[in-house]
Design a protein around this ligand. Structure first.
Ligand SMILES: NC(=O)c1ccc[n+]([C@@H]2O[C@H](COP(=O)([O-])OP(=O)(O)OC[C@H]3O[C@@H](n4cnc5c(N)ncnc54)[C@H](OP(=O)(O)O)[C@@H]3O)[C@@H](O)[C@H]2O)c1
Length: 321
């Protein structure tokens, strides 16, 4: 294997989608406890285009050249020394290394074996690659952070996006009453996924039509975190705001505390065990994965242009086979 190369989407500088170029790079080799995975599909996430432009996780990745992407679905090609959980030929999916570089826009990745889980059997690689980062975000926020319980009222902002459409289904699975914001054309779909109240944020201020919320998942992350600030008006005393894209400023934290509420920033982490649980829910038909578009790897720039418009229904995925 040593000396062989692979195709990657690389960038030599921070900038717009045009900085993404197809290049040859050395194929990585797995260290002990790692696997080499042949990538069949790579999911595209907002953090990809934010990082491409010099924001997002650019501070972690450092100066280009760099290869973007964290979401992988593929097949184990080689297991490093000591790996007992995977063997060549196993179909796996994962979000390895985050927030360090995973380099998923490539034909191969190496990563710690246990950051992967078995790919959901009912999904093809393109659908499976849409899952890890978005699903782990929704899961870690609702299950591990908010400990959502049956009967609680959960408000999910941006329910139609990659994270939101999975969060609606997880919250419903936990027995919560789900409220979500989205443009009107997406309401029927979000109700099918389990939302009981859908609010058209383009015409209606959510704080005028809902209240007594136990948990708010803010996935909008607008300027001055105004969605997060406004969300304090709808929370119950003691309720929790999870500010996913924008974090929690000292002012927001002060405002929350002043009215007896909690607010927390959030950053997703690799978790193969949670992905295995999520795969079970998918394979039992309890969670559906929406993929708006599949593009070949070489059209990564187009995928970014499309995603950056902020209107994606579910996910965009890059295919390598
Ligand atoms: N901190 C973390 O660990 C973490 C993890 C994952 C994601 N994130 C961040 O969370 C955000 C959401 O991620 P994502 O992957 O779900 O994004 P996405 O898929 O790109 O979200 C697109 C969706 O957002 C909806 N939307 C846009 N503006 C809205 C608004 N003002 N109110 C309600 N809905 C709105 C759109 O619906 P309409 O077309 O109906 O407007 C669209 O369906 C991103 O900023 C991402 O970077 C952070």
């Amino acid at each position: 294997m040593s000396g062989s190369t692979m195709r990657v989407i690389s960038q030599a500088r921070f900038g717009g989608p045009e900085v993404l170029e197809t290049r040859e790079a050395p194929r990585p080799e797995p260290l002990p406890t790692e696997v080499l995975v042949r990538v069949y599909a790579a999911g595209v996430n907002p953090v990809d285009w934010k990082t491409r432009a010099g924001g997002g996780m650019a501070g972690v990745l450092g100066e280009p050249p760099s290869v973007l992407g964290w979401d992988v679905s593929g097949v184990v090609e080689e297991a490093g020394f000591g790996v007992t959980v995977w063997k060549p030929g196993d179909e796996v999916y994962g979000m390895p290394w985050f927030p360090r570089s995973a380099g998923a826009y490539a034909e191969y990745v190496t990563a710690p074996a246990r950051q992967f889980a078995r790919k959901p059997a009912t999904l093809g690689h393109e659908q499976a690659a849409a899952v890890p980062l978005a699903a782990l975000t929704a899961w870690q926020a609702l299950v591990d952070t908010a400990h959502v319980e049956a009967g609680q009222r959960v408000l999910i902002h941006a329910g139609a996006g990659g994270v939101g459409h999975l969060a609606i289904q997880f919250a419903r699975h936990l027995g919560a009453h789900v409220i979500t914001t989205a443009s009107a054309g997406k309401h029927a779909w979000l109700r099918e996924l389990g939302a009981e109240q859908t609010i058209d944020y383009t015409t209606t201020a959510f704080e005028d039509v809902t209240r007594d919320v136990d948990v708010v998942l803010d996935l909008v992350g607008d300027d001055q975190a105004s969605t997060s600030h406004r969300s304090l008006k709808v929370l119950r005393p003691g309720g929790l705001l999870i500010a996913v894209p924008s974090g929690v400023s000292p002012e927001l934290l002060d405002s929350a505390r002043a009215v007896g509420m909690r607010a927390t920033p959030f950053l997703v982490e690799p978790d193969g065990t949670a992905l295995a649980r999520i795969a079970e829910l998918i394979d039992r038909g309890e969670v559906a994965v929406e993929v708006e578009a599949v593009l070949p790897l070489g059209r990564a720039a187009e995928a970014h242009r499309r995603g950056e418009q902020g209107r994606t229904r579910g996910k965009i995925v890059l295919s390598l086979h």
